[in-house]
Design a protein around this ligand. Structure first.
Ligand code: ADP
Ligand code: MG
Length: 291
């Protein structure tokens, strides 16, 4: 590792703490992570200097330019990768997430990504994949929450027994994604992770899926972490965390970030690109000050 990278990794600190773990939601209150680099590029830290807390039952939105590290955070929350420096700490007891049983941890999580992945089989089988023990009633309840029940009942030949085809080929993009959301919800997750769940859809399907997501976020008590490719879909998030090049630049709600006039205000169209340069200059100055 180069001296520059060693210095960066030394500075890197990640703090999320898992405040409480209630029946329906889960808070991440403290997670220490000194650095994160992908195993294939250990010399290149991807995440730097991050202090983040995720409140139970609230929605936290991760925003920032492509490549800024948002999906990496979601992958770390799922423990596909562990910190290469530091640790993720869980709950008030600050237990290292690594010591929590992986199967248990993953059971707490529902994940919806950009591309819905359906398997050859029926709609019911595709939803049940999220929870093999789910009853038909639970599958339908999850489908209702995902705004999928109506199209399943009204627009498909065999309703829940309709074959979705190879990779869901007989369904539209929006239908597939709503089935994927139902699959995540049938797990009754305490932590719901949505990574640009509407970005691969055409405008009309995007609208349908976004309505489902908005309703879930509003009505369900689970903790949500959302990455959205359109900023206006995360305006109402309780906390918006702004990343740039692996650095946590700003956090707050929409109004406070707009008032701050930094990168978020610029990305949200409330500020000229001068704000980005000012934000970058501020970051550089802070880093120089630390050296
Ligand atoms: N599996 C991987 N191996 C190595 N580098 C990766 C991997 N996945 C992502 N990256 C790199 O990590 C950085 C952050 O990526 P990502 O978290 O996907 O950003 P975002 O979701 O904000 O677009 C990018 O530079 C990307 O190229
Ligand atoms: Mg991403």
């Amino acid at each position: 590792m180069s001296p520059q990278n060693q210095r960066i990794s030394f500075r890197i600190r990640f703090l999320i703490s898992f405040a409480r773990c209630s029946r329906s939601s889960l808070a991440i209150k403290a997670l220490h992570l000194k650095e994160f680099a992908y195993p294939s590029r250990l010399d290149r830290p991807i995440l730097k200097t991050i202090n983040l807390s995720i409140e139970a039952g609230k929605t936290t939105a991760l925003v920032g330019p492509s490549g800024s590290g948002k999906s990496t955070i979601i992958a770390m929350l799922q423990r596909f990768y562990d910190p290469t420096g530091g640790s993720l700490l869980l709950g008030g007891s600050k237990t290292d997430l690594k010591s929590a049983p992986l199967v248990w941890w993953r059971k707490q999580i529902g994940f919806v990504g950009q591309e819905p992945v359906l398997f050859k089989g029926t709609i019911a089988e595709n939803i049940r994949y999220g929870n093999p023990d789910a009853s038909q009633g639970e599958i339908e309840a999850a489908a209702r929450k995902a705004f999928a029940h109506d199209f399943i009942m009204e627009k498909t030949r065999d309703k829940y027994e309709t074959e979705v085809g190879e990779r869901g080929g007989s369904m539209s993009g929006g239908q597939k994604q709503r089935i994927a959301i139902a699959r995540a919800l049938v797990r009754n997750p305490k932590l719901l992770l949505l990574d640009e769940a509407t970005s691969a859809l055409d405008n009309e399907s995007e609208h349908e899926v976004q309505m489902a997501i908005d309703t879930i976020i509003e009505k369900e008590s689970m903790t949500c972490v959302v990455i959205a490719h359109r900023l206006n879909t995360v305006k109402s998030a309780d906390m918006i965390v702004v990343f740039e090049e692996g650095i946590l630049l700003e956090q707050g709600n929409h109004d406070s970030l707009v008032a701050q006039g930094g990168l978020y205000a610029q990305l949200a169209g409330h500020k000229s690109s001068g704000a980005k340069r000012a934000a970058a200059a501020a970051t550089d100055a802070a880093e120089e000050g630390e050296d």
